[in-house]
Design a protein around this ligand. Structure first.
Ligand SMILES: Nc1ncnc2c1ncn2[C@@H]1O[C@H](COP(=O)(O)OP(=O)(O)OP(=O)(O)O)[C@@H](O)[C@H]1O
Ligand SMILES: [Mg+2]
Length: 320
């Protein structure tokens, strides 16, 4: 189902700024979008464009000294303004995330069994270890792993196994929404396809209402996503149904991205010809300015207002 149901999450004017080692970095800039019931929404963009940060903000994981402003609203619940207690009831049970680096998200000091038991008892899904283990065995089987994995530590698992364990943990509390951040990037081709196949059946079999898929891999977005948002330097520059993006990409950056479909790796996009329009300090122009063959002086002045081409297709560019 594409865009079939109502909106489950509304993100409005999201800004995220990191403060690390005396430096300030605005990673997400005035981003707004909705996640609709039934869909898989893909975030596609080069490395550092803010994709993971958007995912963390939806889970309410941006903590001081870092700052998140704007709104992330789930069922009248404003995530960015919520107390830690309310967030604990929201994370994993309502919205769960498969983190980009499974190695980092799994506790290296405990067995996989302990990770499941802690999560399932902590979230009130099971009340005793026995029950938690039974649920864990079923989850592992579901993602194609033997129950033997329960007695293993993260470092004993292959990359593919770790990723499956992360998926099993993410769905353990029956979340309604799943955010998958580069779920297959670290895997070889065979494992990639089997993890993707696993994820495709989640919506039906595990009653996941909607999914956000973050990946810089154009081909995977083309297989998995119903709708795609293109990110660049913390901005969304275009958003549309997959068909609109394939058949009629509007933003010069999207066009450049989609040209690279064959190489399926847009991490390092070489600059297009460029138009030598220089950013003026303090101005808040288009993030593609320096590489855009169509750049005009006003592109350096301010970020364009959205221009809608259909109910689903929106572009932020002055050429239209
Ligand atoms: N904890 C942090 N402290 C400081 N800067 C950060 C932090 N996390 C991310 N950033 C910066 O914020 C920007 C966006 O990072 P983010 O990880 O969201 O991008 P991404 O699109 O997910 O990239 P990738 O495709 O490489 O995963 C980058 O410039 C990154 O260096
Ligand atoms: Mg990332």
């Amino acid at each position: 189902m594409q865009n079939g149901g109502g909106s489950l999450i509304q993100v409005r004017n999201l800004n995220v700024t990191y403060h690390s080692f005396g430096e300030t970095k605005q990673a997400v800039r005035d981003v707004s979008f909705s996640l609709n019931s039934g869909e898989t929404l893909g975030f596609l963009g080069e490395s550092g464009s803010g994709k993971s940060t958007i995912g963390w903000a939806i889970l309410g994981m941006i903590e001081p000294p870092h700052e998140a402003s704007g709104e992330v609203v789930y069922n009248n619940f404003n995530v960015l303004a919520a107390s830690e207690g309310k967030l604990r009831r929201y994370r994993w049970k309502e919205v769960a995330m498969i983190f980009q680096t499974a190695m980092n998200s799994l506790d290296p000091l405990v067995t996989i069994k302990k990770s499941f038991v802690q999560l399932l008892i902590g979230k009130g899904i099971a009340d005793k270890e026995e029950g938690a283990v039974e649920i864990a065995v079923n989850l592992l089987r579901y993602v194609g792993l033997s129950p033997k994995v329960l007695d293993m530590y993260t470092f004993e698992l292959s990359g593919g196994m770790r990723q499956r364990v992360s998926i099993a943990l993410a769905i353990a509390c029956n979340p309604k929404i799943l955010i998958a951040d580069e779920p297959t990037t670290a895997l070889d081709t065979v494992n990639q396809f089997s993890v993707l196949a696993n994820m495709r059946k989640l919506k039906e079999e595990r009653k996941i209402d909607a999914m956000i898929l973050i990946t810089h891999d154009v081909e995977i977005q083309m297989i998995m996503a119903d709708r795609i948002a293109i990110t660049l330097k913390g901005r969304i520059v275009e958003e549309g149904s997959k068909e609109e993006m394939i058949n009629d990409p509007k933003h010069p950056y999207t066009r450049l991205l989609l040209q690279s479909v064959t190489s399926a790796n847009i991490t390092k996009i070489e600059a297009a010809t460029g138009n030598n329009v220089k950013f003026e300090d303090g101005k808040d122009g288009c993030p593609f300015l320096a590489q855009c063959p169509y750049a005009m002086p006003k592109c350096a002045e301010s970020f364009p207002e959205p221009k809608a081409f259909s109910k689903t297709h929106t572009v932020y560019c002055y050429i239209y």
